[in-house]
Write a protein that binds this ligand. Structure first.
Ligand code: SF4
Ligand code: SF4
Length: 398
């Protein structure tokens, strides 16, 4: 009994939560994604019996796996994203609006030399993702500095690799959306966080608090409404397993991190105007191109897409097809991995205004052969793919 209780206590203490249904590998075994497993330096993450597993006895909660997951299937719990964002805002208020986040190794080395109220401590800089950076920028942070230690010699150096990608992505977005802030990395703590009291500019503090409250409200309002207004999607329901719905697709969800990013970009647009009319190269979005000469119209790309970036449509005349919305594409590559005709390509460079405007591409794929209540089903998709030489009665992923 004590072994069981100890095991349950360790599970409870796990620094990560996994939403299996969001994982592209769990949604379809033919997906190749294993970014979480590849990024984990401690060997804590596994894939067994079609589930992502985390060994809580090994995991240090660096959060790198959550950062690299394209669909946000993994959530850090200690702290949560919301708690970490609040810690950053509190520290920024004490540091004249400048956010300083440092890794545990650096802060252990600098113990006693810095003011703890002005620096946010993370196990690894791999914990920082674009949604945090953009949220802080929208809330009025003047600068965001990530302070590392000797990453080349660190057991968790993969976290710093992820951090560099995040910085590049976040800065590309901030630049394209005309925001003045940037996120930078450094191996040195800035003088503003030294332990010695240098006096404090109260007027600047009051100014920052005002800006933060106003913009935090705006960001929060934008995030609350963006899912329904901009994406046309209802908030996701919790469910252990995913099932094909009456439209013949698995549930589509936009994660909280993604909503935070889109909400923050909305706020930046209202503050600084439309984004630059340029392509951006981030790890966050992709644009899927479907070669309709190669495609036989099974529409598996829409059935399994985790975010609804690919979705099915049917015209009044009975023709069917797939629409692709860049704004929702998470660059997870699931649709490319499972397309039986290899008819898809993915561009990692996308136009900033296609994200901002919610541009949708439309691909017609021929006439619907059978369906349910006017919707194409997975069964009819598979019959079309296999020329009716298949019998499909029901399907779930569990
Ligand atoms: S989708 Fe996320 S959880 Fe699933 S294998 Fe890829 S990185 Fe891991
Ligand atoms: S459209 Fe984008 S989000 Fe959907 S499966 Fe393809 S790559 Fe993933």
């Amino acid at each position: 009994m004590s072994d069981v209780l100890n095991f349950l206590a360790r599970l409870e203490a796990a620094p990560l939560a996994v939403e299996q249904r969001r994982c592209v590998r769990v949604r379809n075994r033919n997906a190749k994604c294993m970014r979480c497993l590849e990024s984990c330096a401690g060997g804590c993450i596994g894939y067994e019996d079609n589930e992502i597993t985390v060994d809580p006895t090994k995991c240090i909660g660096c959060g790198t796996c959550a950062t690299v997951c394209p669909t946000d299937a993994i959530h850090p719990k200690k702290p949560t994203d919301a708690e970490l964002a609040q810690q950053c805002l509190d520290a920024a208020r004490a540091n004249s609006g400048r956010v300083v986040i440092a890794c545990k190794n650096m802060l252990d080395r600098a113990d006693g030399l810095y003011d703890r109220s002005k620096v946010v401590r993370v196990p690894c800089l791999g914990r920082v993702d674009e949604s945090l950076v953009l949220h802080l920028a929208v809330c009025g942070a003047q600068s965001i500095r990530l302070v590392r230690d000797a990453c080349d010699e660190c057991a968790h150096k993969k976290g710093y690799v992820a951090c560099q990608h995040v910085c590049a992505s976040a800065n590309e977005l901030l630049e394209a959306w005309n925001a003045p802030q940037r996120v930078s990395t450094s191996q040195k703590l800035p003088g503003s966080v030294r332990a010695r009291e240098l006096g404090y500019d109260q007027s600047r503090r009051a100014f920052f608090a005002t800006v933060r409250e106003g913009t935090a409200d705006a960001a929060s309002a934008a995030v609350d409404t963006v899912c329904e207004d901009k994406l046309g999607m209802a908030p996701p329901k919790e469910d252990r397993f995913v099932h094909v719905d009456s439209r013949g697709t698995l549930p589509h969800e936009v994660s909280q991190r993604r909503k935070t990013i889109i909400g923050a970009l909305d706020v930046l647009e209202s503050r600084y105007g439309a984004p630059l009319d340029t392509m951006i190269d981030t790890r966050l979005w992709g644009e899927v191109l479907i070669n309709t000469d190669e495609c036989r119209g099974c529409r598996m790309c829409a059935t399994f897409c985790p975010t609804g970036a690919n979705f099915k449509f049917q015209t009044k005349s009975g023709s069917v097809g797939v629409k692709h919305r860049v704004l929702q594409c998470a660059n997870c590559r699931l649709c490319l991995d499972i397309c039986p005709d290899k008819a898809l390509q993915l561009s990692e460079e996308v136009f900033a205004r296609d994200i901002s405007d919610g541009v949708t591409e439309r691909y017609l794929m021929g006439a619907l052969q059978s369906g349910l209540d006017g919707h194409d089903t997975m069964a009819s998709s598979m019959r079309r793919l296999f020329n009716d030489n298949v019998s499909v009665s029901s399907y779930t992923t569990n």
